[in-house]
Design a protein around this ligand. Sequence first.
Ligand code: FES
Length: 509
Amino acid sequence: MKDAEAGIRGSYWLETAPPVEPAPPPSGDFSVEVAVVGGGIAGLSTAWELVRQGHEVAVLEADRLAAGVTGHTTAKLTALHTLIYDHLRRTRGPEGARLYALSQSEAIRHAAGIVAELGINCEWEEAAAYTYAQNPGRVAELRAEARAAREAGLPAEFVTETELPFSVAGAVRVSGQAQFHPRKYLLALADDLRRRGGAVYERTRVVGLTEGEPCVLKTDAGVSVHAEKVVVATHHPVFDRALLFTRLSPRRELVVAGTIDEALAPRHMHITPEQGTRSVRSAPYGDGKRLLLVTGEHFTPGAADVDKRFARLSAWADEHFPGLTITHRWATQDNDSTDSVPLVGPLHHGSRHSYVATGFGGWGLSGGIMAGRLISDLVGGREVEWSGLYDPRRLGSVAREGMSFLKHQAQVARHFIGDRLPAPTGPRPEDLAPGDGAVVRHGGHHCAVHRDESGRLQAVSATCTHLGCLVAFNRAEQAWECPCHGSRFAPDGRILQGPAVKPLEKRDL
Ligand code: FES
């Protein structure tokens, strides 16, 4: 975080993984059996499974491996996803809930097997997962969740005691889950993938996909990649003929982390839907300490009050864990699907050679590992019990998605219409303080104007290159963010996060 308080660092996972040289982009056109676009947990897991099964695979990552969303998570591997099972039981039936529990649990077991098989040092720890509430009014909801999760096949129980240093009204507990260091795990997976003959290209943004036999991908350097099969694992899909963006809501979430005495640190993973979500886990640190990670304060990208949200989260962590010294803070981004189930499978109704993995909500680690196995099975022509549950082509029934679909569409429509109206009177460029940014109307265009710490003004188009919503400035993270589908850009217009694949155009003031 650029303007974090003095001495506060960014993602702990990025800071503490071994440094590795970036893999160079491809030097020219090439052909491959399967091209995987995206080097996060879903893309690397898919690529690794495929290589292990004997396929020829290339991973194309726009930035660095496991440094985007995966490098900014809380790295909990659990099948207990806050309050999902009672919802699934009602919307997808008991069988849907069972398949969800089974597929997510299998993913965790599978990852444990990979860690053991490859001898990966990724601070793997078995832990229980808890969803708790302090408000007695939510106990009935927790009891229903415990019952639904148990019926779905998880070792779930309702409890009233946890290891947290404050009392709870109740909690759902599921044992046998895990937590780990996600970047160490994925860098080891990438090493093994290369050893088995797979190729990895970093700083290689894919900007075009023509489906066919073969499919042709175009990179931002003009390289063509011919592939029999393509997997789009870019968090929010950068290629989207099925208009999945209408079914995904972007959500940012903040993380604060700091050291705490080992004896005071919780060893299990905890989350509450209260207070805009609070999630707590700890990780090995050394010197008689553990690193406590607290996540929460979710918001739509482009919110103006991120500093206040960080302050509120830090205050909560301080109050609930006296003795905590905050050393790191960062933010992560999730995509919630409108029916709360990830979208993993064929990219669209007519696709025979292209696949997608997205919409993991806040649960992309177990979800990404599950997606890797599922897509590798689909590529290999194998039947998977839970492929129908996650099939992106299931979407289309607004009845099933109900209010969350309509809410998301209304919000996006507001941006599409509202963003085309003249900008309300706001700050003038000359009034911006160092580190501030604002959208202003200039020469008939919306301009995103930013003043850097040296006082220099720079302007780029405020129109998101994905589908044309207006970006807004996140001062705490020094980024232009699009509220519609979550694209993020640096103050100079460079892409930080898709689905946009083109930077914001420069503007003269
Ligand atoms: Fe879709 Fe900006 S991310 S319009």
